[in-house]
Ligand binder design. Structure first.
Ligand code: MN
Length: 334
């Protein structure tokens, strides 16, 4: 059964929970703030209601989640690791069970044998659980979970509120994404009233950038080029070694390019250790960069896409930039 309204879904979740004592909470590979915030927010809430809770992340946690209360209870999955014996599995923020990555690949029979419930906001979720709550209009899984848990009459303790607010804050990029809606603000207000530590979230998400990241951003911005409403730059292996920055530092470069006035599309070219080039494309609505990424077997969303090109940095720029320019020109004519 797939529910699209948390209030309508609550009784089904209550009865699934009544029959369970030991619950395993899982989420997608390469977990983001919404995956971990939802997992841990739910974990605190279920523990408070007397359940035994296990939480296993499919791969390493993002740095900005390590301050969350109870984060040491979230295990990071290691290959060949066993899963705890439970009588209910609860998936959060995960479009499909395959998105559990190695946990799915190594434990598919166990996972499919155990009762499964799902709360998610991905439009592609097909509701593989016994009970599913899937609301694509929700800006974050965390806010959807809050509405469900509240409708289930489960109290949200301050620790849970902090975790859920982190999920809501990161998935909406602080209420900036187009999916942010009145309900996101309402839930945020209720989470603050429930005792969420908003200050700690802001500190951790926005004011804890590693020095090496800023140095890399500086180098990449120095190389930035502009033609009309298109911006692009690159990150070479040299630049990564020189600064000691992590690969994710590229995300900050992309975000800064997007913020430039008059920009309708931008591209980051990132040289991989094996000499290949990963491109990240961003655009305003109406400009489909996923189609450009598909040229090299990549993909993504219309406004955010990527691909990996088996060529050097210079060649990649000469191949990709004219294609983006053509797409921008096309759009200008319609
Ligand atoms: Mn999410």
């Amino acid at each position: 059964m797939i529910y699209t309204d948390p209030v309508a879904a609550a009784p089904a979740f209550v009865s699934a929970l009544e029959r369970a004592c030991r619950i395993l909470i899982l989420s997608h590979i390469n977990p983001d703030g919404d995956a971990i915030g939802s997992m841990l927010g739910l974990g605190h809430t279920l523990r408070h209601s007397g359940k035994e809770v296990f939480m296993v992340a499919s791969s390493a946690l993002p740095d900005y989640t390590v301050f969350l209360p109870g984060i040491s209870d979230v295990q990071v999955y290691e290959p060949q690791q066993g899963l705890p014996e439970v009588d209910l599995i609860w998936l959060v923020d995960t479009a499909s069970i395959e998105r559990l990555g190695p946990i799915y690949h190594e434990h598919a029979p166990t996972l499919t044998a155990c009762p499964l419930v799902i709360v998610d906001h991905h439009v592609t979720n097909n509701g593989a659980g016994l009970v599913n709550l899937v609301v694509p209009a929700a800006a974050s899984c965390a806010e959807l979970l809050f509405s469900l848990l509240t409708a289930m009459m489960l109290p949200i303790v301050p620790m849970a509120a902090t975790c859920l607010l982190l999920g809501l804050t990161t998935d909406t990029q602080s209420f900036q994404t187009s999916s942010t809606n009145p309900q996101s603000f309402r839930v945020a207000a209720e989470l603050l009233e429930a005792g969420a530590d908003q200050r700690a979230i802001i500190e951790s998400v926005y004011y804890a950038t590693p020095y090496s990241t800023l140095q890399l951003v500086g180098l990449a911005l120095c190389q930035m080029q502009r033609e009309g409403d298109l911006l692009w730059t690159y990150i070479s292996q040299d630049m990564l070694q020189q600064t000691g920055a992590e690969d994710e530092a590229g995300d900050d470069v992309v975000r800064l390019m997007q913020r430039t006035a008059g920009t309708r599309a931008c591209v980051l070219f990132k040289e991989r250790a094996n000499g290949e080039v990963k491109i990240s494309l961003r655009s305003l609505p109406g400009i489909n960069v996923a189609r450009i990424a598909q040229t090299w077997g990549g993909g993504g969303h219309e406004q955010a896409a990527g691909a990996t090109l088996a060529m050097d940095l210079g060649t990649a720029q000469r191949e990709v930039i004219p294609l983006v320019q053509a797409t921008l020109n096309q759009q200008r004519q319609v």
